[in-house]
Write a protein that binds this ligand. Structure first.
Ligand code: GDP
Length: 444
């Protein structure tokens, strides 16, 4: 993850901003000795943009005489390590001499700086923000960390700086078909659907599961192998090990197993049993996969013994279209773990869907589609005032995640958001993968 450091003199609200960005995720307190002693680190998420954040607060209760020296050391250490520095000041007070000094340290560092005027919830604060232009560190952003205002503006300032960082994250490399990282595949489904048989067949060895082994931990285990020269990693096979006889109690898919597998995978195959069809519980699991933002494939196993194959297939298709309204056209494949038929097609489909799931769409293409979509079907005007949508940006892939900026977006009906998603899926060829779209108004 890219790293963002929050710097600034005492009392400008660094910790408040830190807490807001880290949100409910636990803030890690770093107690290594030395310069890092006083800082907190955490993982932050801002409209889908993820980064590590360092808060340099902590020296504030100490002796004011030696403060600037220690602060400088802290600040420089944090900034050296960071991809972006957020330089926080108190907009009610404007730029103080200490702020100017910090500004001097930051101007000579190579790390990009975003100047942030905090406590800008009142009008008087807004004026103080403008004072920061004289720092020569670019346009200041006005926020109120305490009231959660201006956070979208902060996002807009951070996005281009962090995206550039994000571009060399290994996760995105595997958009290249052959040289990519292993396909992380999970195979889930109810007991007896044939998961173990399928994995054994794929991997081509009987090494996977041969009866309950005493003392085996339930920790995640993965299997690395190659399919047509391309690496595949089947994640969390621990759930498959449990081969005890299927009792009524076990006739439920262990939700902990499923959750863990979904967590670790890029693509999840939900395996159905042709002799049983699609059941309500399968739909719930499919929903869970989509909610978690993973690419989903449905495979009907035991196709070798399927009766009324075509009506079974169509029935599963129809139930999915109806039950999973979020995504139309989730691929349904048929396999026989026993004979091996259909397995190549299944893995091929998994690679394909991962590519769609990893897609990045250029801002130009995205906004050309966006403008056309809005023109074709303009957003509604509740109370006679039209909701204005200004632009869209992709904040990440895997799954493709977008933020739409506009005014009064909180009044936009869910049906309109769905219209945008469907249009986008169709016009930009995004495929049957989960998409995320959040709406933001820069002023709140
Ligand atoms: P798991 O609980 O999902 O891991 O299911 P298993 O792999 O243990 O398989 C359950 C039962 O279904 C076993 O008796 C398998 O031999 C059988 N089975 C698995 N795949 C197939 C298949 O493709 N065709 C047929 N006819 N039987 C299968």
């Amino acid at each position: 993850l890219p790293t963002v450091a929050i710097v600034g003199r005492p009392n400008v609200g660094k910790s408040t901003l830190f807490n807001r960005l880290v949100g409910k995720k636990l803030a890690l307190v770093d107690d290594r000795p030395g310069v890092t002693r006083d800082r907190r680190e955490g993982e932050a998420e801002l409209f889908g943009l993820e980064f590590r954040i360092i808060d340099t607060a902590g020296y504030e209760d100490e002796d004011p005489q030696t403060l600037p020296g220690r602060m400088r050391k802290q600040t420089e250490a944090a900034v050296r390590e960071a991809d972006v520095a957020l330089f926080l000041f108190d907009s009610r007070e404007g730029i103080t001499s200490l702020d100017e000094e910090i500004g001097r340290w930051l101007r000579v560092s190579k790390t990009p700086v975003v100047v942030v005027g905090n406590k800008a919830e009142a009008r008087s604060g807004q004026a103080g923000v403008l004072d920061a232009y004289r720092l020569g560190l670019g346009d200041p952003v006005a926020i109120s960390a305490e009231h959660g205002e201006g956070i979208a503006g902060l996002f807009e300032a951070l996005l281009p700086l962090l995206e550039r960082e994000g571009a060399d994250e290994p996760e995105i490399e595997d958009e290249e078909p052959d040289s990519g990282a292993p396909l992380k595949l999970a195979i889930i489904g109810r007991p007896n659907a044939g998961k173990s048989t399928l994995v054994n067949r794929m991997v081509g060895e009987e090494r996977l599961i041969t009866g309950p082994e005493a003392g085996i931990t339930r920790d995640s285990i993965s299997i690395d192998w190659e399919w047509q020269g391309r690496p595949v990693k089947i994640v969390d096979t621990a759930g498959l090990r449990k081969r005890s006889k299927v009792t009524d109690k076990l006739e439920k898919l262990s939700s902990a197993d499923a959750r863990r597998a979904i967590d670790m995978a890029e693509v999840v195959v939900l395996l159905l049993d042709a002799t049983r069809g699609l059941e309500a519980q399968d739909l719930r699991i499919a929903e869970q996969v989509i909610d978690e933002g993973r690419a989903l494939l449905i495979a009907i196993n035991k196709w070798d013994v399927a009766e009324n194959a075509s009506s079974l297939f169509n029935g599963v298709k129809a139930a999915l279209e109806e039950g999973l309204a979020q995504i139309k056209g989730i691929p349904v494949l048929t396999v026989s773990a026993k004979t091996g038929k259909g397995i190549d097609q299944l893995i091929g489909a998994a690679f394909e869907v991962r590519e769609q799931w990893s897609r990045r769409i250029g801002t130009g293409e995205l906004n050309r589609w966006f403008e056309a979509a809005i023109e074709t079907n303009p957003p509604p005007a509740p109370g006679g005032k039209r909701i204005k949508l200004r632009y869209i940006t992709q904040v990440k892939s895997r799954p493709p995640s977008f933020v739409v900026f506009g005014t009064r977006v909180s009044e936009l009906p869910e049906s309109y958001r769905r219209y945008l998603l469907n249009s986008m899926r169709r016009e930009l060829g995004l495929g049957p993968v989960p998409l995320r779209m959040t709406l933001r108004s820069p002023k709140n």
